[in-house]
Design a protein around this ligand. Sequence first.
Ligand SMILES: Cc1ncc(COP(=O)(O)O)c(C=O)c1O
Length: 342
Amino acid sequence: MRPLDFRSDTVTKPSPEMRAAMAAAEVGDDVLEGDPTLLRLEARVAELLGLEAALWTPTGCMANGIAMMLHLQRGDRFLAPAQAHVLGSELGTAAWLAGGMPEALPWEGGPGRPTAEQVRKAAGSAGPYYVLRTRLLCLENTHNFAGGAVIPLAEHRALVAAAKEKGLAVHLDGARLWHAAAAQGCALHELAAGADTVSVCLSKGLGAPMGSLLAGSKALVEEGRRVRKMLGGGVRQGGVMGAAGLVALDYLPRLAEDHGKAKALAAGLRQLGFALPEPETNILLVPVPDTAKAIALMEAAGVRVLPVGASLRFITHRDLAEADIAEALARLAPLTAGILAA
Ligand SMILES: Cc1ncc(COP(=O)(O)O)c(C=O)c1O
């Protein structure tokens, strides 16, 4: 039975067109004079985000880690929404490498979203020299563990304004910022506006085998290039991956299709008897009484998902067709009673 893999939008395989572009990529040594294809990708992504420059990194974790190291000094506090990727899923890089003290902000503005007022309160005020310094607000749009939840444009602006008012730098973990922009029908640069640094991933939903970018001012990106080398992330003929990234960007206008598949899947699951919130982008969280039992039942039927808290996480992506959504629902129908039984 062909497995239907909803575990992540990172499970996609490079398309034949992407592989051909990788094979034909014009390359150079990116640690020496620069790789022409990586440079093209970096310029293209900086332009899309409305920022001066961008730096390719192999992973989103490295892009976020570099950002933390640029913004924080040892002992500085940073704010991030509860369950942000930088808080719980990057092995403590923010503390271990950047020396930051995390403060998780509860979701008082909605799923994955703190309010501007929370940011103002948590930032505190510049007290005497012995008071803990809060230096950074780290946003995540879309918020993965809040079920691909979007920070709407007006809220993004209010959060950035609150941070700036309090003298905080802003890093935006935009691994799926593409999805947030597609869901709101706005330009990517609008959702990046005001952030000092933004990370985006080409390997999540867009089909590239690897590759993220950290964008910001020329000065921050140049310093970031040094930090990337420190972390072992300076690659040589990176244009092979850069070419994959450029092809991945061609998928941006089609992300709405993946959001449509998520909505169709949600509707079908509700008809089967599951209760779940409406997906905002390509991620669905489906609460179940026992995630381990549900996953075992579903694996046997070739429907693959991951647990997130007390829910099953389904992510739709380009390698799952609309017909696969119907097929997944057909496979789940006979299992529903077993999955929902406490
Ligand atoms: C919101 C978010 N940020 C960062 C990352 C890290 O990306 P990578 O797996 O490329 O290191 C992920 C990965 O899923 C993510 O969902």
